[in-house]
Each structure stands twice: as C-alpha cells, then as structure tokens.
Design a protein around this ligand. Structure first.
Ligand code: SF4
Length: 229
C-alpha cells in the first residue's frame, strides 16, 4: 500500500496519521503485513477439517433462519490470520453474495483494516450468525446457541492472535456478558477458547450512522494492536 492510499484510509477513519516511533513507513507497513504470518494449523488434515466445516455450515438447518436465507455466509480472509474480526449477522447484500461485510459497512471496515496496515486477505472476518435474520432484526438467543459452535471452530482452526468484536451483539455473544458496549470497550478481554485477547469496538454500520465515534474506534484498534505487539 502506498503512503497516499494509507492516508486516505486514515482520513476516512477521521484519525491523524499514526506511525510507530522510529519506524519508517515501509518498515511499519512491513510489520503490518507480517501480522498475517502465524504458525498454526496447516496442511492436508487442517484443510480437510476446514472444508468439512464449510460444508456443515452450507447445509445447516439447525435453526429457522435456514428457511429464509439465500446463502450462508461462512466468512472470508486468511486461514493463517492473526486478526479475527467478528460481526453480528449477514445483512441483505451479504445474504445475496454469501460474503461478509460488503456494501458501505464493508468499505468502512476496509478503511479500518488499511489504517492498521492490513488488508482483507491478511485477516479473517466472520459473523456470529451465518444466516441472515429476516428484516435485519436482532439475532435471537436460540439462533446464537445453535450457530455459535461454528464460530468457535473457526477461531480454533485459525488460531488468531487477537479477536476484534465489531458491535454490541458480537461482543456480548463472544464474552457471554449482557452489558452495554460502553462498558466492554477500552479493555482487553479474554476469549475463553485458547485464552485469546479480545477487544471490542463499534460495528462499522454504527460508525456510518455516528461518525463522531470513529475516533473511539481508532483507539480500540490501537488497543488491539498493542495487545499483540
Ligand atoms: S444461522 Fe447458523 S444455526 Fe441457523 S441455520 Fe444458519 S448456519 Fe445453521
């Protein structure tokens, strides 16, 4: 990514240009790129189990959402990712394309990633629910209970170094805490599986509605970055 591109994304996030003390831009970007190179499951056995998981999700009928979905939305990105971003559930366009975070919220998530020196290909992005709730209503407890094991298996397979929960719903589901996002932000939590650090920030869709919260979201991303450095 060239400097001009990165500054454009930082501007989209409404943050001033950030650079590690004493590092060159090239070194900083190289460091960001290196974030995607963790030693974790690789090879045939892991590949087979990942494909099996994908097939299970694609044919899942565990909850009523399978009736109204056009596509399941498994997730996207690198299975070697160090950063695992978790959203709520597919929306209309995600359901249509079978890909998480497309549309305007996806563009803003791209800006958040690029401002960290990361690309979609270097991280993994998934939702708590793999099927779209009708009319974009909130997910229901029974749906989460039926679906969350898929997400846990994705995390266990990828073995990221950090999880970033995007929005109240993902945070509450991952942390099993029914408290406001304002109480969950600003600290490094622990995700039970693998004792992974987990940081909570706002959902990009919320940031589109409330752009003044972008500065707080940037603080969250810096907290996440410091947690794995
Ligand atoms: S939301 Fe999850 S549990 Fe429900 S049908 Fe889709 S994949 Fe299965």
């Amino acid at each position: 990514m060239v400097m001009a591109d990165r500054n454009a994304y930082l501007a989209e996030m409404e943050v001033v240009c950030w650079r590690r003390r004493g590092s060159s831009v090239a070194a900083e970007h190289a460091a960001g790129s290196a974030v995607g190179s963790s030693p974790n499951q690789a090879g045939t056995a892991a590949g087979v189990s990942w494909e099996k998981l994908q097939r299970e999700v694609a044919s899942c009928t565990r909850c009523a959402l399978h009736d109204s979905r056009r596509n399941t939305v498994f997730g996207s990105g690198s299975t070697d990712a160090d950063w695992f971003f978790v959203g709520e559930a597919p929306g209309r366009e995600e359901d249509r394309q079978g890909i998480p975070f497309v549309g305007r919220a996806g563009q803003l998530l791209s800006a958040m990633l690029f401002s960290l020196g990361l690309s979609h290909e270097e991280v993994y992005i998934a939702n708590v629910l793999k099927c779209r709730p009708p009319d974009n209503r909130d997910p229901q407890g029974v749906e989460v209970n039926n679906c969350e094991s898929f997400l846990h298996r994705q995390v266990a397979h990828i073995g990221p170094r950090i999880i970033v929960a995007l929005g109240r719903f993902a945070a509450q589901a991952l942390l099993q805490q029914d408290v406001a996002i304002s109480q969950l932000r600003g600290k490094v939590h622990q995700y039970n599986i693998g004792q992974l650090p987990l940081v909570v920030t706002y959902h990009p869709a919320y940031l589109l509605r409330s752009p003044t919260a972008k500065a707080k979201s940037w603080q969250d991303l810096m907290l996440a970055r410091s947690a794995i450095e």
